[in-house]
Ligand binder design. Structure first.
Ligand SMILES: *Cc1c(COP(=O)(O)O)cnc(C)c1O
Length: 397
């Protein structure tokens, strides 16, 4: 029985860097400082430097937190988004994106995706924002405060947009930022699947006001446990996030504001510092594998993923579409090939959210995608031969 080809393999990535990771772990264990010490501070500096300075606005700040979900929640809280506020995002995403909005007490408004890139469709976003804005202005003047704030409003910027750079393909940031400026909305990038992805050579996470990263083990930059980071070039938002992640402390044991406990730990930071040094090379390897899949599947019955011009895709997932997706997945499994579906049900169709989230006139492209998508094996240690075997099986199906 030949070896199964897994869909993802975080253990292979650990083994690829085992000596360095083991040494980093040992030094934390013997160092005696396990929470918010020099490893977290160094990782925050190195990750901020990796993402790059943002024009003339100064260096990017990175704040290590407990998970990607917490990073989104803290970013929303840092922006002051909470009860009564609307947050525009997509339903075709990890449930964490929507869960974080509700954790902050805000109300998600879900918009449809562009079927070519699986990311937020700016036209649908604009419709949703305009509808909310007009509803608030005409509907209940004098009662509830408007939740979409124009520049002239004294309640400047209460609502937010969370574009998700899904699968490692950046959302259409120039169109999204233009809408955000026009309606005075915060932009919080969900970068959980897009470490190192760029638009016109600028890294995702530096386009909006603030961004959230996850270091879940299978992400392009993955810890060996939970972890996340908030990134911003705004010093006030950075300071607010630092306070919120640790009980609102500016000074130890004195809460300046009501915060929570969501800290990246020293062990994970030490591991991430090792892995960050290999991120660009591993993203390049993912792109090579994607190009191989593109080439080998060019004449197959499945649709291969598209990349917008000017974008550097980091292929957190390589996602094909097939009208016979379920049969294809079963066939590949029978051939020893692991695949996954990201995600089998859009957030608005999951039991916890069904019938209660705002989806406007519906999300046809989101629902069609959920029926047809399939994530092929994709991780830096996947060999050329294994990728060829996957493509061969798809062509044989
Ligand atoms: C993984 C992920 C998250 C959540 O990250 P956790 O670290 O698992 O909390 C959020 N958004 C997207 C798009 C993700 O893929």
């Amino acid at each position: 029985m030949p070896q199964m080809i897994p869909q993802t393999d975080p253990r292979a990535n650990y083994l690829a860097h085992k000596a360095e990771i083991d040494a980093a772990i040992a030094s934390v264990l013997t160092g005696g400082r396990y929470i918010l010490g020099e490893q977290v501070a160094a990782f925050e500096r190195e990750f901020a430097a990796y993402l790059g300075a943002r024009g003339t606005e100064g260096a990017t700040h990175a704040i290590g937190v407990g998970s990607g979900t917490d990073a989104l929640h803290l970013a929303l809280r840092a922006c002051g988004v909470g009860p009564g506020d609307r947050v525009f995002t997509v339903s075709h995403t990890a449930v964490a994106t929507v869960a974080a909005i509700e954790l902050a007490g805000a109300t998600p408004v879900l918009v449809d995706i562009d079927p070519a890139t699986f990311t937020m469709d700016p036209h649908r976003l604009e419709e949703a924002v305009r509808t909310e804005d007009e509803g608030r202005k005409t509907g209940d003047a004098g009662s509830a405060a408007p939740t979409v704030k124009r520049q002239t409003s004294v309640f400047r910027r209460r609502s937010a947009i969370i574009p998700v750079h899904l699968y490692g393909h950046p959302a259409d940031m120039s169109a999204i930022l233009e809408i955000a400026r026009r309606y005075d909305l915060w932009v919080i990038e969900d970068c959980a699947q897009a470490h190192g992805a760029t638009i016109d050579r600028r890294k995702t996470g530096t386009f909006g006001d603030i961004a959230a990263f996850s270091f879940y083990p299978t992400k392009n930059l993955g810890a060996l446990g939970d972890g996340g980071a908030v990134v911003t070039s705004d010093p006030a938002l950075a300071e607010q996030t630092r306070l919120l992640r640790e009980y609102g402390w500016r000074e130890r044991y004195v809460s300046a504001l009501p915060g929570l406990n969501s800290r990246l730990d020293e062990l994970q930071a030490a591991i991430l510092r090792v892995k960050l040094r290999y991120l660009d090379a591993e993203n390049a390897r993912r792109r090579v594998l994607a190009a191989e899949y593109d080439r080998l599947l060019a004449d197959s019955s499945v649709r291969t993923p598209a990349t917008r011009p000017g974008v550097s895709h980091v292929f957190h997932q390589y996602v094909i579409r097939s009208a016979r997706r379920d049969a294809l997945q079963a066939y590949l499994r029978s051939q020893g090939i692991g695949t996954l579906i990201h995600y089998p049900a859009p957030v608005h169709a999951q039991p916890a959210y069904a019938e209660r989230l705002s989806i406007g006139e519906g999300l046809p492209h989101t629902e069609a995608a959920a029926r047809e998508i399939l994530s092929l094996p994709m991780f830096p240690e996947l060999s050329d031969e294994q990728a060829a075997e996957v493509a061969k099986a798809i062509n044989a199906f």
